[in-house]
Ligand binder design. Structure first.
Ligand SMILES: Nc1nc2c(ncn2[C@@H]2O[C@H](COP(=O)(O)OP(=O)(O)OP(=O)(O)O)[C@@H](O)[C@H]2O)c(=O)[nH]1
Length: 310
């Protein structure tokens, strides 16, 4: 029986992982396989994925998860060979990916027969201005590829702001179904097909765009705990140059406990995390910026000031 695929796209930090986590947490007994992007989903440590022999991790709720590194088709073939077979596959793309390329890959006849692409969902940060939507070709491409556009972070905008964005999306892609999805809550009825025997019609993957590498990822790790006020200052200095950042760190103020740091859409948030795992640096922060805007030396200089000397 074919296993329907849900492809989740959206800009850096839009809220894709939040949707995947919500979906896995509300799987309601469905055997879902999640293929996540290079950052790894929250609660699913990259080292856990790396440690799994076939790159596939079983989650406590019975779902399975693997990383989207490497060859997508090979990853899907591995998932389809699992016993028991997943009933549903969710693929979270990287925020810098043009879904047209992935859709084209998924049209491979062998994959299509066994794992047809059922739905493309694009997560759009509701605080995005219509100007940004219209000025960002990658974002437009992600919206155009979608059957469903899910507005994340509606809790952060007033009704007039989200209405303007809704109209801009309608103008760009009138056929898309637009829904609010605060904290990842996309109505399950929209995502899970009712008629499992139905094979979806192949779709037009959209024009191939020349893809220039626009963003680079730089990281900073440390074995020493960071001072929270100094870290806040450091992030304040780096923020104007950042598109996205996220990571885990231990603070001088609260040793033995990790904090989860997120920077997306110009907003930084901190949340309590788990206890640090053995054998991995306690502080790991990944920064994404437009190429050439930020150097590793600048990050190191600013971030080293967050740890006590000695
Ligand atoms: N206030 C609010 N925050 C949200 C919502 N959805 C997501 N976030 C926050 O937005 C930040 C980015 O969310 P992610 O789900 O990691 O975004 P992503 O698209 O997976 O990010 P990348 O994989 O880095 O592109 C996190 O701090 C989330 O908690 C929402 O509906 N409301």
């Amino acid at each position: 029986m074919p296993v329907p695929v849900l492809l989740i796209t959206g800009f850096l930090g839009a809220g894709k992982t939040t949707v995947v986590n919500h979906l896995l947490a509300h799987a309601a007994g469905r055997r879902i396989a999640a293929v996540v992007n290079d950052f790894g989903a929250v609660n699913i440590d990259a080292e856990l994925i790396a440690g799994a022999s076939d790159g596939v991790v079983s989650l406590s709720n019975g779902c399975i998860c693997c990383s989207l590194e490497g060859d997508l088709l090979r990853t899907l073939a591995t998932l389809l060979r699992r016993d028991p077979r997943p009933e549903f596959i969710v693929i979270e793309t990287s925020g810098v990916a043009d879904p047209a390329d992935i859709v084209r890959n998924l049209m491979d006849p062998l994959i299509w027969r066994e794992a047809p692409l059922e739905t493309v969902l694009c997560v759009v940060d509701a605080t995005t201005t219509p100007e940004k939507l219209n000025g960002e070709a990658l974002l437009r491409s992600q919206v155009r590829a979608a059957d469903i556009v899910a507005f994340s972070k509606v809790d952060l905008v007033d009704a007039a702001g989200s209405q303007q964005l809704r109209e801009a999306i309608r103008a760009l892609h009138p056929a898309a179904v637009v829904v609010d999805a605060v904290h990842g809550e996309v109505p399950a009825a929209l995502l899970f097909p009712v008629d499992v025997d139905r094979v979806p019609a192949p779709r037009e993957p959209g024009p191939r765009r020349p893809t220039a590498d626009r963003f680079e990822t730089l990281s900073w790790t440390s074995e020493r705990p960071v001072s929270l006020p100094r870290l806040q200052q450091a992030i304040g200095r780096l923020a104007p140059k950042l598109v996205r950042a996220k990571g885990l760190f231990e603070t001088v103020e609260q040793p033995g406990r990790l904090m989860v740091f997120q920077f997306a859409g110009g907003r930084a948030t901190l949340a309590p995390g788990e206890a640090p795992a053995a054998g991995v640096p306690r502080t790991r922060i990944v920064f994404i910026a437009e190429i050439g805007v930020l150097s590793k030396a600048e990050i190191d200089g600013i971030m080293e000031a967050c740890v006590e000397a000695g």
